[in-house]
Design a protein around this ligand. Sequence first.
Ligand SMILES: C[S@@+](CC[C@H](N)C(=O)[O-])C[C@H]1O[C@@H](n2cnc3c(N)ncnc32)[C@H](O)[C@@H]1O
Length: 232
Amino acid sequence: MSNKATFANPPTGDSKAIVTNQDGIHEKLEEIVVKHLEHGFKKPIQPHTQRAFDELDALVRGFDGDIILDACCGIGQSTRLLAKQNPNALVIGVDKSDHRISRNVEQHLPEDVSGVDNYRLVRADLNDFYRLVKQANWPVTKHYILYPNPWPKAKHIQRRWHGSAVFPDIVATGQQLILRSNWRLYLEEFQAAAKLAGRDGNITEIAVNKPLTPFEAKFTASGQTCWQLIVD
Ligand SMILES: C[S@@+](CC[C@H](N)C(=O)[O-])C[C@H]1O[C@@H](n2cnc3c(N)ncnc32)[C@H](O)[C@@H]1O
């Protein structure tokens, strides 16, 4: 395979910069996060996510190596690349979109991943999946959330992962949590929310040489900065 990057959809530099009506961390962030930390999330688990989890749970329990979770994995490009970079780990990519998960993209990734099989892609709703991971106490070493939907309007704060009812389970997953976004304020809010849950994190600008995901490629091609929060 040539080492020239090829993509399922070549990255175009047409990503618009995030527009928000917030001028800093959301004024209700602390109130929302504390409420979620104090009260469990009781909504019933959907059967399709329970089934998907149960299949993987058996695999995880029988696996003797690092478990890496790639949440919101989209087409699973990052899942495959992380699996290649971590041959002794089991990498689990989760996305709610069946269309994205099932896309046949292997021929079009920026790197050859033929022969890489230490990963699984699963269609599930993370609002449920995270709670099951926490209940089962999966030994996740690294937990990636790469370019989640930003929901930049202030009124949509509870759609951001740190504003969601499942946030306590998210922040408790993984020895290390790696979150990337082209919107620094998203990471600042997540960092503040993680602090309320007792975990510290650092934000840095990343130099993208080889994009890990299609969104990272698109933002980079559009001249936008990609940021990373690492919560240890
Ligand atoms: C902006 S895309 C980023 C995809 C990929 N990580 C990338 O960087 O190219 C966000 C992804 O999050 C997924 N997603 C959003 N809410 C979700 C949920 N509740 N459960 C699972 N996946 C979700 C969407 O289906 C979408 O694929």
